[in-house]
Unconditional design. Structure first.
Length: 138
């Protein structure tokens, strides 16, 4: 299983916003430059995070992006699930109807445990935890 650039870029951008938490908005182009991410792509990555309130944007002079809630209240799981969608290792874990062998599948339990382990780990790490591990923007 491999995460796309969406999850990695979203995490990097949010770590930068967490470092600036409470100091006002950060311009998208500054985040993009600091994180070596295309501004256009970063805008697409941040869009779903804005919809659910993890990120907020302010337009106009002095505008930019900022966290919609404290870094300690945002989990890596929320970030990844918002930009990636399901984190289940196989489709049948979330959608049993996707597999006609679901009821008799001997490996299903392994995939379910793996999915739960991944989700629990991601939910146990807050943006604040990540920020504390990194003394300055990544």
């Amino acid at each position: 299983m491999r995460l796309s650039t969406k999850a990695r870029y979203a995490t990097r951008a949010l770590i930068e916003l967490a470092h600036n938490y409470g100091q006002g908005p950060v311009r998208l182009k500054d985040i993009a430059k600091n994180q070596d991410i295309s501004a256009k792509y970063l805008e697409q990555v941040l869009f779903p995070l804005n919809i659910i309130g993890i990120v907020r944007a302010r337009k106009g002079s002095g505008g930019g992006h900022y966290l919609g809630k404290p870094p300690g209240e945002i989990t890596l799981g929320q970030i990844v699930k918002t930009v990636e969608g399901s984190i289940a290792p196989v489709e049948c874990v979330e959608n049993p109807r996707s597999c006609k062998r679901y009821e008799r599948c001997t490996s299903r339990e392994v995939w379910e445990k793996l999915g739960a382990t991944i989700e629990n780990e991601l939910e146990s790490i807050s943006l604040e935890d990540l920020t504390d591990r990194c003394p300055s923007e990544e």
